[in-house]
Every structure is written in structure tokens, then in C-alpha cells.
Design a protein around this ligand. Structure first.
Ligand code: BGC
Length: 379
């Protein structure tokens, strides 16, 4: 009798105690220790946040760099795996990450020679990629601490105020980015931003996916569809030449689903420059800002699918050509050449220098809007 009473008491105490534990210290499916994401940087606290839906999908993210750390989704037999490349510790992200899971800004992708003219004033940005400026400079939005509010189990709101001339860009920019995991197995990312001076802006999400599970090898067998008749072809430094190139009849064509690896080693100048696919696809939209299915990916062995929808004019398809096995991921396995792919919804690279591309200028009184949906499924 005494033992029974003790047991009941113990179970009540455990329930009360566990309901007091903050959400961020709850054990997550991905097995990531929240403590290894808790730091104080630039006077702000960083933490790990967990989003879950009723189907058991789980996403963890941190307010350092708005990084998506893990994405646990089921395969066709119901077995969950983490399909996002990344690290177990914030320290690893801070020292050596090629933008795994990162929120990118103020300007995603490259700006030629790190220079652009806006209203006749020339701005200079840090050069951090060959002769060009990439992903917002040396300390882009992937390396700053965002202010986080966990709205509920499915929603994380992240805010960041970039200063006038931060990383060379004009205007105090206030950004709100929301990660919402809904019960339709969609991660919906919405961005809003305003400025007090004319500026340029191009935000994106830089998750690397491997639908067979992070650390499980190449992504070359994944079947890719991209809803685009054109790409913006690049020069040898990956800056767009300014023309739109039809994909028809080239290995760049993914309008019909094809294995990523089926034509990746073809003799093709664009594939040579990118070391594979590293290109902006011009999405087929009937009007600017129309929400369209941009890409669909299937991993044949697990049956996992990923659909990407956006209202942006482009999507960067990058297939991990710069991964070389020197980084060890969450499950202790190295990330080798082409072990992950990114589908980054965006405006076209180098738009501030390309008068024929849709404008990326944001002026005071206007609001930048961007929606990106990553939908996780099986077939
Ligand atoms: C770019 C790649 C770059 C990668 C950095 C992608 O968005 O297109 O060229 O190497 O980001 O990890």
C-alpha cells in the first residue's frame, strides 16, 4: 500500500515538474541538447526552439542566424529521420558552416564585385566569395542573434533590426521572419521588412536537404522537378550574365522530373562553372508575386517528397558542390561532395546591377514580403 502511495506521489511530482520545464529544454526527437545552443552573444541569449505538429514532424531552430537545425519527417514506412544537414552544437555553426539551415540576408547570393549603384550612390560590400560579395557579407543575417518569440508549439517568430550601413548596405532594416509548421506538414516561412532609407533586399532560407536522412550519402538519386523554362546563366565567378537562357534541350532542364545526377557530369559550360547545379531558375509564374509550385523532389528508397512553393521570381538550386567531407554532421558522419541540396526561394542574384531583372529595391513606406513553403510528404 505504502509503495503504491509512493508511486502515485512520484508520478504526480514528475508530471508537475515536467510541465514546468521550458519548451526549449524538452528532449527533442532529433536528440539535440538545447544546452549546446544556449549562449550569450552580442548581449543577447541564444537558444534552441522546437516546433512540432500533430503528425509527429519536428523542426528545431535557433535564433542564432535563424538557423533551422533539424527536420524530422517520416518515410513511407513511418520511420522518422532528420533530413536537414547541420551540427549538434552552436560552436560548429559559428566556426565552419557553409550556411547550413541559415536565414540569409540582407542580400542572398552574389553581388558582382561587391558594388552596386542605388539612386546614383555607389555602395561597397565586403568581398567574401572570389571577387564577389555572397549572402550578405562577412556577418550576414546568418551570423547575428535574432529576437525570438515562440508563439506556440508550431510557430517561432524571429525579428532582427539591421543597422544603416551594416555590412555596407544602406538603411535601418526591420525584419520579421516567421517559421510555422502546420498540420499539413508544411513549414511556412514568411518574411516582412521595412526600411528608413532606400536599400536592396533579398532574403532566403539555406537549408541543405537529404531526403534519405542527413549523412546518408549523395543526393544524386533524388528525382528533381523545377517549374522553370529559364535559368539566369552565370559567368565563371557565378555572376549572372543578364540574359535568360531557355533550359530546353540542356542538362539544366528539370521541367520533367529527373534524377539530379543523371546529367550532372555532361559537358556544359554552366555545369562547369557551378561544379554542378548552382543556378537560379526563373520560375514560371503568370504574374509577378504569384504563389507557384517551384520544385518537387522525391527520394526513391524512402519515398520522402519535398515540395517548395513561393511567390518569389526565382529559386537557387544548389547541390552541395562545395561540400568536401571535412565537416562532420549531427550523426557523426562526414558531409561529402553533393551530400545535400538547397532550394532557396529568392530574387535573382546580382539584381542590384541588372536593370532587366525584377527589382530588389525597397524604399521607405514599402514592405518587403516573401513566402516560402516547404511541404514534407511521402509517396
Ligand atoms: C550558392 C553557392 C554557395 C553556397 C554556400 C549557395 O546559395 O549558390 O554558390 O557556395 O550557397 O554554401
Amino acid at each position: 500500500m505504502k509503495t503504491l502511495r509512493k508511486l502515485i506521489l512520484l508520478s504526480i511530482t514528475t508530471t508537475i515538474l515536467s510541465s514546468c520545464v521550458p519548451k526549449t529544454s524538452v528532449q527533442n526527437k532529433a536528440g539535440i541538447d538545447p544546452k549546446s545552443f544556449q549562449k550569450e552573444l552580442d548581449g543577447k541569449k541564444t537558444n534552441l526552439y522546437v516546433l512540432t505538429n500533430k503528425n509527429g514532424i519536428e523542426i528545431t531552430a535557433t535564433n542564432y542566424g535563424g538557423l533551422i537545425v533539424s527536420i524530422e519527417t517520416p518515410d513511407k514506412s513511418g520511420k522518422f529521420s532528420d533530413i536537414a544537414l547541420g551540427f549538434n552544437k552552436l560552436d560548429d555553426y559559428m566556426t565552419s558552416s557553409p550556411y547550413f539551415g541559415a536565414a540569409i540576408g540582407r542580400y542572398g547570393n552574389r553581388i558582382k564585385a561587391g558594388k552596386f549603384l542605388l539612386d546614383s550612390v555607389e555602395y561597397s560590400l565586403p568581398i567574401n566569395n572570389g571577387p564577389n560579395s555572397l549572402h550578405g557579407g562577412l556577418k550576414g543575417f546568418d551570423k547575428v542573434v535574432w529576437d525570438a518569440t515562440q508563439i506556440d508549439d508550431q510557430t517561432l517568430e524571429l525579428k532582427y533590426s539591421a543597422k544603416d550601413m551594416e555590412e555596407g548596405y544602406p538603411g535601418n532594416l526591420n525584419i520579421k521572419m516567421v517559421y510555422n509548421l502546420n498540420d499539413n506538414n508544411e513549414l511556412k516561412i514568411t518574411y516582412e521588412a521595412t526600411t528608413d532609407k532606400p536599400t536592396v533586399i533579398n532574403l532566403t532560407q539555406h537549408s541543405y536537404f537529404n531526403l534519405a536522412g542527413e549523412g546518408s550519402g549523395t543526393i544524386l538519386d533524388h528525382i528533381m522537378m523545377i517549374n522553370a523554362d529559364h535559368i539566369t546563366p552565370v559567368d565563371s565567378t557565378l555572376i549572372p550574365t543578364g540574359i535568360l537562357m531557355p533550359v530546353a534541350g540542356t542538362p539544366m532542364d528539370f521541367r520533367t522530373p529527373m534524377a539530379i545526377g543523371s546529367r550532372i557530369d555532361s559537358i556544359c559550360e554552366q555545369l562547369k562553372f557551378g561544379l554542378g547545379y548552382d543556378h537560379n531558375y526563373v520560375l514560371n509564374q503568370s504574374k509577378p508575386g504569384e504563389m507557384v509550385l517551384a520544385a518537387r523532389v522525391v527520394e526513391p528508397t524512402t519515398g520522402r517528397t519535398l515540395e517548395v512553393e513561393t511567390d518569389q521570381p526565382g529559386i537557387q538550386f544548389y547541390c552541395g558542390n562545395f561540400l568536401k567531407g571535412d565537416l562532420t554532421g549531427k550523426s557523426g558522419r562526414p558531409y561529402n561532395f553533393r551530400n545535400g541540396f538547397c532550394l532557396e526561394t529568392q530574387h535573382f542574384p546580382d539584381s542590384p546591377n541588372q536593370p532587366n531583372f525584377p527589382s530588389t529595391v525597397l524604399r521607405p513606406g514599402e514592405t518587403y514580403h516573401h513566402t516560402c513553403i516547404y511541404r514534407f510528404g511521402v509517396e
